[in-house]
Design a protein around this ligand. Structure first.
Ligand code: ASP
Length: 347
């Protein structure tokens, strides 16, 4: 294993770069110079790090597709000058940003590692430095001139996850993330152990393709016992709606109400993309297993198997932004573009 030397460290905000406002007690971003002062270790780790701020720093609850576009373009513009990219980001929507970038940066052959912290970098017990320094080490891990993890990932606490398989699961503990349906890419202890059979490798000869256009006309329809026809109708008839993620029960099931079938069929006939994702964290949609999913199939709803909500929302935004035809989008929704879902034989 060899160590590459050039890293672009993109600061975007989040808890890692915040401190307590003395007047309100609330956490808010500090300025970039102060942040760099709090990270003297960056000078001594034997890697050339260029620190770049995406200003103004933001809490990741304020992230939107314009921010994803900016991050993707910064990586694309600097792609040939750096061996790896580390993005310091708030944890709240980190899984959305990592998922979005996995779709925007196609044919990636260098690491793009998101990380952050549960406690600000200036606090004594902060997890910020460990997360950041290990993320940099992963971003510079190379072998025979090729990156060991050429994917968009999230590194947190001691674990490296594929970004588009990850969900924030904990607002309290340092192990804030989990990948319920895909194994880990690496585990950091005294040494970093890479699980190479879980890592996706593109053909090194392919050039990076950047697609940053998105369309936000996507909604989530989460089913619950007793959901009314009006609620369903309201979501399926949002003006300009282009795609709806139906969060179903268990293996992809829904109430067997005729009005639900009719409403979904009508939306499908109008060209609205309808996809079925389970509310369960682990496991896959398997339409046709129970009678309660047959109406969804008949109405034209597509399975997205074991996709996370973060991955399917961002995938839809990106596919719609590329202005594919409905048939092309349906085709791309039924396949894994960059490791975001496992297609079950039964689903
Ligand atoms: N609210 C913060 C954010 O997502 C939380 C964090 O960084 O952990 O920006």
């Amino acid at each position: 294993m060899e160590k590459a030397t050039q890293v672009l460290l993109l600061f975007t905000g989040g808890t890692i770069s915040m401190s307590e406002d003395p007047s309100t007690g609330a956490l808010r971003p500090i300025d970039f110079d102060r942040l760099q002062e709090l990270m003297p270790e960056l000078k001594d780790i034997g890697v050339h790090i260029r620190c770049m701020p995406l200003l103004p720093f933001f809490d990741s609850s304020d992230v939107n597709p314009d921010v994803w576009e900016k991050m993707a373009l910064i990586i694309a513009e600097n792609y040939s000058d750096y061996d790896g990219f580390v993005i310091l980001h708030g944890t709240d929507t980190m899984a959305y940003s990592a998922s979005a970038l996995s779709f925007m940066l196609q044919n990636l052959s260098k690491p793009v590692i998101f990380t952050g912290a549960q406690l600000p970098i200036g606090m004594l017990r902060s997890d910020a430095k460990e997360n950041m320094l290990t993320a940099i080490e992963i971003a510079t891990a190379y072998e025979n001139g090729h990156a060991i993890v050429p994917e968009v990932c999230i590194f947190f606490e001691d674990t490296l996850f594929r970004g588009n398989r990850t969900t924030k699961k904990n607002a309290e503990h340092f192990n804030a993330f989990h990948s319920y349906n895909y194994p880990l890419l690496a585990k950091a202890g005294v040494h970093i152990k890479y699980f190479r059979t879980n890592i996706h490798y593109n053909d090194h000869e392919q050039v990076l393709v950047v697609r940053t256009r998105t369309n936000r006309n996507v909604a989530i329809l989460k089913l619950f016992p007793g959901i009314t026809q009006q609620t369903v109708q309201a979501i399926l008839n949002i003006p300009n709606i282009r795609a709806v993620v139906i969060e179903s029960f268990g293996a992809g099931n829904a109430p067997r109400k005729e009005w639900l079938y009719e409403a979904l069929k009508d939306a499908n006939d109008r060209g609205v993309l309808l996809v079925n994702r389970t509310q369960c964290s682990t496991g896959s949609v398997e339409m046709g297993r129970y009678e309660t999913s047959l109406n969804l199939m008949r109405a034209g709803v597509l399975s997205v198997y074991d996709c996370t909500i973060e991955a399917i929302v961002t995938k839809l935004m990106c596919l719609l932004g590329e202005e594919n035809s409905t048939e092309q989008m349906k085709h791309k929704l039924s396949m894994s573009i960059c490791g975001e879902m496992s297609i079950s034989m039964h689903g």
